[in-house]
Design a protein around this ligand. Sequence first.
Ligand SMILES: [Zn+2]
Length: 153
Amino acid sequence: MPQRAKRAADRYYSHVGPRFSCCYCDEPAEQVDHATPASWLHYNLHLIEDWRFYSVASCADCNAKAGASFDLTFRERRARIARAVRKENTKLLSAPRWSDDELDEMGSLMVAEIVKAMREKERVKRRLKVLESRSIPEGVPNDMLMRREMAEA
Ligand SMILES: [Zn+2]
């Protein structure tokens, strides 16, 4: 989408929720997710003149997985991200737990790799716990990702 069109669409957004942590998974936020994709708005401006939409803080991974798909509610968007995170990490999540005895038998490079993978697995599990929860971050409107703006009197 051209830069100018992006700026035109920007006035339809309000930033809601926490600023520094991802609204979807609670990891540190690096980006802003237009919870209703700006590209969707761009092609439907005639339909949405008096509607306003939300943007939220997001980590790069949630933002990429949310993508330019349209979701009606925050929970639907987050659930879609959760499914993508789970699918991408199927192998990691089913990785076995090694005992200390087993680790003692291995070379240090191998152990370092396993420890790294186990840390990543714990991080993914933390994210999924938030992504698959029912609670909504403070400041994010309950469910709906859009609201009708009442015309000024
Ligand atoms: Zn995230």
